[in-house]
Design a binder for this molecule. Structure first.
Ligand SMILES: *[C@@H]1O[C@H](CO)[C@@H](O)[C@H](O)[C@H]1NC(C)=O
Ligand SMILES: *[C@@H]1O[C@H](CO)[C@@H](O)[C@H](O)[C@H]1NC(C)=O
Length: 289
């Protein structure tokens, strides 16, 4: 009498666990089928929504998304412009007061811009660069130090690696032909080594022209949302339109430390208005001032 009782109970246990197992397997199948049919999806940050490198059309989404949230306030956000070259725009990086202050410091000292002679390393006059400009000593006052601290935070590169800010002024017709910020001579890399990255801050709006253009950028350059607002020069590459307070960070070196030829860039001629900008060149080592 006892035996059937003992055998009955384990039998019931095993039949109920078989049932549970069967249901689990069926449930798993249903989930797999739903996943395969894309009715269900696993949340993932690296999923199908993340843009590919050089897919410049993804900028459209970022910009539109941001404009919705922006109600005329000086909201700050960083936008990836391109991965080749590595270029980023920090919107509203400087306040209007900071822009006006830098212009007021520079204005009394503006001189015709020069370029560096790649053979002698000396400054020389050139037709490829027709702006005027001046350098502001690094850390010269509290406001400049604060701006330089913000640049270090944005670029993740130390303040000591930066040259003094160069403030530039372009009037109608003035430009800077495409060039590299890195050097191909030994003379200019003695202090601080090679230039690694550049932060270009726009201190004024420009009505027409004056874009920063990257003619060697990879990707479909005409897919940027501001394409129709660009000058002919701006349409020769990936272009950033100057906007007061915005800062453009781009890298002259790839992550492996080699020079990046896609960092070729120029300042398009100003067609209408005035362009003021401030540039910070950042070296691989400390730049002694
Ligand atoms: C200097 O630049 C000129 C013209 O841009 C080029 O032909 C020459 O090879 C360069 N020299 C060096 C040392 O890079
Ligand atoms: C580049 O983008 C524009 C605008 O989105 C599009 O009309 C054009 O077909 C694209 N060109 C290529 C080669 O993908």
């Amino acid at each position: 009498m006892a035996k059937p009782r003992y055998s009955r109970i384990p039998a019931r246990k095993s039949s109920s666990s078989t049932l549970v197992l069967t249901m689990l397997i069926m449930f798993t199948f249903v989930i797999l089928i739903l996943l395969a049919l894309r009715i269900l999806s696993i949340p993932s940050s690296s999923g199908g929504n993340s843009p590919k490198a050089n897919d410049l059309s993804s900028i459209v989404h970022n910009t539109m998304h941001r404009n919705d949230a922006d109600e005329g306030r000086a909201e700050q956000w960083v936008e990836v412009i391109s991965w080749e070259p590595r270029a980023f725009v920090y919107h509203n990086f400087l306040t209007r007061e900071e822009c006006d202050y830098l212009i007021s410091l520079a204005k009394p000292h503006m001189q015709k811009s020069t370029v560096v002679d790649n053979e002698t390393g000396k400054s020389k006059d050139s037709r490829v660069r027709t702006s005027s400009g001046t350098f502001l000593a690094r850390g010269r006052d509290k406001i400049v130090r604060n701006i330089e601290k913000k640049i270090a935070d944005f670029s993740f590169l130390p303040v000591e690696n930066g040259e003094g800010l160069q403030v530039l002024h372009y009037e109608v017709g003035q430009k800077y032909e495409p060039h590299f910020d890195y050097f191909l001579d030994d003379f200019n890399t003695k202090n601080g080594g090679q230039r690694m990255a550049t932060v270009l801050m726009y201190l004024s709006d420009v009505e027409e022209g004056g874009e920063t253009v990257f003619p060697a950028a990879k990707g479909n350059i005409s897919s940027v949302p501001w394409w129709n607002e660009l000058s002919d020069c701006g349409k020769k590459g990936l272009s950033v339109k100057p906007k007061m307070g915005d800062a453009l960070l781009f890298w002259s070196m790839k992550p492996d430390g080699t020079l990046d030829p896609s960092s070729l860039h120029g300042g398009c001629p100003v067609i209408k208005g005035n362009k003021w900008s401030a540039t910070k060149w950042i070296h691989v080592n400390e730049y002694k001032v």
